[in-house]
Design a protein around this ligand. Structure first.
Ligand code: ATP
Ligand code: MG
Length: 232
């Protein structure tokens, strides 16, 4: 087995006096798609934010042997982490093309960058037709595509996705699932927060968050009924 790409130990984070994560342990390998499950408010979004550096955290997060917690968010992004937040964070007043350019980064390992504008437009023809359109004029589904497209422009080795198919039409949900499957096959790690059934079908492994900790990590089929009842 390859060494984990991401290794999280005893991660603690929250908002001021409110502690949400109370010691999260998690590993993720290249090419692995891990589905993060938990109840509303269990801290799934908080975990993604802590990993990308949007909120302070303590504990240990190793990324290909480096200590991520010591780095500011933009440096973590440069190392190959791309994040798509819950509320599609597109720059409303900027055009589609400008949004994509802001996401563009060379591949972190020095390899030829597989993702560029042409490839992203081939994948999302609806965006290709609207390069000069301000993001705010796109439909919700198109904004979601743009947020994902921008994340790909960063040539990620790890994608952190927070409910990426919220508000998408069923066909677009299927397209997203197929895309994630292909990215994984290409060696990208995916940490996915998603409640919908397609994500469970796709996941290599599920991680259940509850009470600020990981209550279960393993194949969905091996999820004990007790964990499911107590934490999902
Ligand atoms: N900016 C914030 N300030 C204070 N508390 C917050 C903030 N964001 C989230 N929380 C609280 O932290 C806890 C975990 O929230 P989080 O957003 O991580 O949950 P979640 O698992 O993503 O669930 P959901 O997406 O269904 O809300 C919740 O109790 C929430 O109210
Ligand atoms: Mg959330």
């Amino acid at each position: 087995m390859t060494a984990p790409l991401l290794e999280v130990r005893d991660l603690r984070a929250g908002y001021g006096a409110v502690q949400v994560l109370r010691g999260v342990d998690l590993q993720l390998r290249a090419g692995e798609l891990v589905l993060l499950l938990g109840r509303n408010g269990s801290g799934r979004s908080t975990l993604l934010k802590a990993l990308v550096g949007l909120i302070p955290a303590s504990g240990s997060v190793r990324w290909a042997g480096r200590d991520l917690l010591a780095l500011p968010a933009h440096q973590r992004a440069r190392l190959g982490l791309s994040y798509v937040p819950e509320q599609r964070a597109v720059f409303a007043h900027l055009t589609v093309r400008q949004n994509l350019r802001l996401g563009a980064k060379p591949a972190a390992n020095g390899a030829a960058a597989p993702w560029d504008e042409a490839r992203v437009f081939a994948l999302f023809p609806a965006l290709a037709a609207r390069t000069r359109t301000p993001a705010q004029a796109l439909s919700g589904g198109e904004q979601q595509m743009l947020a994902l497209a921008r994340a790909l422009m960063g040539n990620p080795q790890l994608l952190l996705l927070d409910e990426p198919t919220e508000g998408l039409a069923p066909q677009r949900v299927q397209d997203t699932a197929a895309l994630l499957d292909r990215l994984r096959a290409g060696g990208v790690g995916v940490l996915l927060v998603e409640q919908k059934p397609w994500a469970q079908t796709l996941a290599d492994r599920v991680v259940v968050l509850g009470d600020g900790r990981v209550q279960f990590s393993g194949a969905l089929a091996a999820l004990p009924a007790g964990v499911s009842t107590a934490w999902l």
